[in-house]
Design a binder for this molecule. Structure first.
Ligand code: NOJ
Length: 752
């Protein structure tokens, strides 16, 4: 063979190998693949579009429906008509969205339909518990159903797109947005990212998006928004790439794998680069590594805000940063509309970049079936028929009951007997509808909420239910204490409903103190002096510091914000018609000074030892949380025995198979969330003390025993090493199984 031919052949082989390698690196998940027919249609349309029309597809404007009703700012209407706006959010109802769609479809040159988006976070009209509360159920089936119900209602109101799930890992309870996600844990967060995405979209992938009962999901806020320094919203996040990849990114990748059609960039900067202009996050990781095929929208004006972050001086500068990072759609900022065309003319942005962004948006419009049937979701009769139905409300009740966590139950005071003669209902949240929907309840209507008072009245037809407010949620006024105490004295038991206003969590709602606001703790202390059993029911969007509440309370029920069926769910739990089964998806600190405190922390070189001075501890508080991750009581008791491993030496491709005997040792049926944790004892990087790797909800009759089995892929036990490679390093591990992270049985095993 000639040397030249040989070299040419060598070159071909090298190219082939490089291509194979590149493909393997970007293994596009099936759920993210675009079919050839759609690609052809999009290409045909793109070929007809001017640069300005392509840019129009990248523009998202608000309608303000919540505030103004069915009108859109005049300027935006003009933009829709001119083809300068491709999507609208905060426009509700089948009728109003139809009117807007009509403009896009009948009055624009290319008749490209609009996408309608909205924050459907925990239900649309039927409000479910806040996402953090839902996470406490560890019930993936119920949570998927909650998302599906939300999608059915929202899609009947003309919507195609929800800005959910929020999959930010959050380990700082000061941060108000902890309410919107699944808490602190990577495994739970990733699992729920998957089921919520599937719930909204109907399946893993985009094939059901064209049906009239699904909405396209949006995984947000990409990325690391939950790590805001000091828990202050929008604040800087800064961390090692290992931590980013091992903790904050996995739920996002889970959303990609489940077929999430869109992503939203976060407000914060990540290691110095604002997420909205972060090419590493949006292009290198999201698209190139994970194979994401959908489109990326910014958060509200987050392109503009990059000027304040100080990474560019003007609109053109931030616009170029965002589009070149890989962002496709500008939410409300007007920057893409105002500056992309001239950036292309100046050669700062390639036209191809714009074309690709428009391609991704148009692909989703085809997938949503909008070109075939732009009014497919605009049927006001269907909207009525599907909204707040008995089935939807039943799903909300089921979810609410399963979200409740029993934190304390001294002397088994709960469940209360239905034959109590007199019950005192006290507290600012006892007879309140307004606060119960929780943050980001979007289209939810407080008038549809069952208050605790109403729920208890229904539950207890023959009990005298007394009521006194006691105080407001967040004032210094204690003038109502006397009446509350008088009321309590007349009762056989006191139920005190206390907590936060719904606006104290959610966006821009960080708190530096996480105790009960106002004088509510003092109210509880006064009530406790009566000597009556005090059942404290909490409503809150974050872990609270309950140290001062504890001594005043005989029992504590964590009720979060439970949505429409709040009163019914709590009445069922308090009076024993539902045995609580929720477990904390986030650690509750003893005080705010311990924050951040979370389960999967690394060890130090000087683990705490109270007898030695120079160990890692506080002088004034223990290291442990008040309530650990995975903790939650039941009205029955469970015993764990006989933890076993099928094999204790495992290869890299093996499954860790563990089983344990669970026995209901109490007197009534109950559901237990059995949790499996692991620890990698020695690694090239320090490894967390405990990591959740599996959980199962088991319902057992009184006295019954069952063997609970787990299969955990050895490949899921890895981490990113110093070379940023995901590895499962050989060595010894521990497996821990139990009903709370701090109460487990342990066995060792080895990975070869
Ligand atoms: C800002 C919030 O950060 C985001 O979560 C939400 O989806 C958008 N606004 C749209 O309302």
């Amino acid at each position: 063979m000639h040397l030249k031919t040989f070299l040419a052949a060598l070159l071909l082989v090298a190219v082939a190998i490089t291509n194979l390698y590149a493909q393997a690196r970007t293994a596009v998940p099936t759920s993210q693949r675009v079919d050839a027919a759609t690609t052809r249609k999009v290409n045909t349309l793109l070929a007809k579009m001017t640069l300005e029309e392509k840019i129009g597809q990248l523009v998202l404007y608000t309608s303000d429906y919540d505030v103004t009703g069915p009108v859109v700012r005049a300027g935006y209407l003009k933009d829709i008509r001119a083809g300068n706006c491709g999507a609208v959010f905060n426009a509700l109802t089948a009728n109003f969205t139809r009117q807007l769609q009509k403009i896009a479809v009948e009055e624009t040159r290319l008749k490209i339909p609009l996408i309608f988006g909205y924050d459907v976070i925990h239900g649309y009209k039927t409000t479910f518990p806040i996402p953090l509360a839902e996470a406490a159920s560890f019930d993936t089936v119920a949570i998927e159903l909650a998302a599906r119900v939300a999608a059915r209602e929202a899609s009947a109101a003309g919507l195609h797109w929800t800005f959910a799930p929020m999959v930010d890992i959050a380990r700082d309870p000061r941060w108000g947005r902890i309410a919107e996600g699944s808490g602190e844990d990577v495994f739970l967060g990733s699992t729920l990212a998957r089921v919520r995405t599937r719930g909204f979209q109907g399946m893993e992938g985009w094939d059901l998006l064209a049906t009239d009962s699904t909405v396209v999901a949006c995984a947000k806020h990409y990325a690391a928004y939950g790590a805001a320094e000091a828990g202050r919203d929008y604040n800087t996040t800064d961390m090692s790439e290992q931590r980013l990849r091992d903790v904050y990114l996995p739920p996002f990748q889970a959303a990609v794998n489940a077929g999430a059609g869109t992503f939203m960039t976060a407000f914060n900067s990540v290691n110095g680069v604002p997420a909205t202009g972060n090419r590493f996050l949006v292009t290198d990781v999201l698209r190139d590594e994970w194979g994401f095929g959908g489109f990326v929208v910014t958060d509200y004006t987050s392109i503009n805000e990059m000027m304040k972050h100080g990474v560019a001086a003007d609109s053109a500068g931030v616009g170029a940063l965002a589009i070149n990072a890989g962002v496709d759609m500008d939410m409300q900022g007007g920057i893409f509309q105002g500056s992309l065309a001239s950036l292309v003319r100046r050669g700062v942005v390639k036209e191809k970049t714009i074309t690709e962004a428009a391609r991704r948006v148009l692909t989703m419009k085809y997938k949503l079936g909008l070109f075939d049937n732009p009014y497919g979701r605009n049927d006001s009769l269907r909207e009525k028929a599907r909204t707040l139905t008995p089935e939807n409300l039943a799903a909300a009740l089921d979810m609410a009951r399963k979200s409740i966590v029993l934190l304390k139950n001294d002397r088994d005071v709960l469940p209360l007997s239905k034959s109590l003669g007199t019950v005192a209902l006290i507290g600012p949240l006892a007879d309140n509808q307004r606060e119960l929907l929780g943050p980001w309840s979007g289209a939810g209507d407080a008038k549809e909420v069952v208050t605790v008072r109403a729920g208890l009245t229904r539950k207890l037809p023959s009990t005298k239910l007394l009521y006194a407010k006691g105080c407001e949620i967040d004032t210094k006024d204690s003038s109502g204490f006397a009446e509350a105490v008088r009321t309590a004295r007349q009762a056989d038991a006191v139920i005190a409903i206390v907590g936060e206003e719904q606006g104290m969590s959610g966006e821009a709602a960080s708190r530096s103190q996480i105790t009960l606001p106002g004088v509510q703790t003092e109210l509880l202390m006064e009530l406790a002096k009566t000597g009556k059993p005090i059942v404290v029911v909490l409503m809150n969007g974050r872990p609270l510091d309950l140290s001062a509440v504890l001594p005043a309370a005989t029992a504590i029920v964590e009720g979060w914000f439970l949505g429409n069926r709040t009163g019914d769910a709590l009445a069922d739990v308090l009076f024993g018609d539902f045995n609580p089964s929720g477990k904390l998806p986030v650690s509750f600190p003893r005080n705010v000074g311990q924050v951040p405190i979370y389960l999967s922390a690394l060890n130090t070189g000087r683990p705490v030892n109270v007898n030695e001075k120079f160990t890692s501890k506080y002088l004034d508080v223990e290291n442990t949380p008040l309530y650990a991750f995975g903790y939650g009581l039941s009205y029955t008791t469970f015993a764990y025995s006989n933890l076993r491993l099928e094999q204790n030496v495992l290869g890299q491709r093996d499954m860790l198979r563990a089983s344990i005997t669970l026995t209901n040792t109490g007197k009534r049926e109950g559901t237990e969330v059995v949790q499996l944790y692991t620890r990698d004892e020695v690694g090239s990087m320090s490894r967390p003390l405990q990591e959740l790797k599996g959980f199962k909800r088991m319902t057992l009759a009184a006295g019954a025993s069952v063997q609970v089995s787990f299969e955990v892929p050895v490949q899921s036990l890895g981490f990113h090493n110093a070379q940023m490679k995901y590895v499962v390093e050989p060595g010894t591990f521990l497996v821990m199984v139990g009903g709370s992270s701090d109460k487990v049985q342990t066995l060792p095993f080895t990975v070869r």
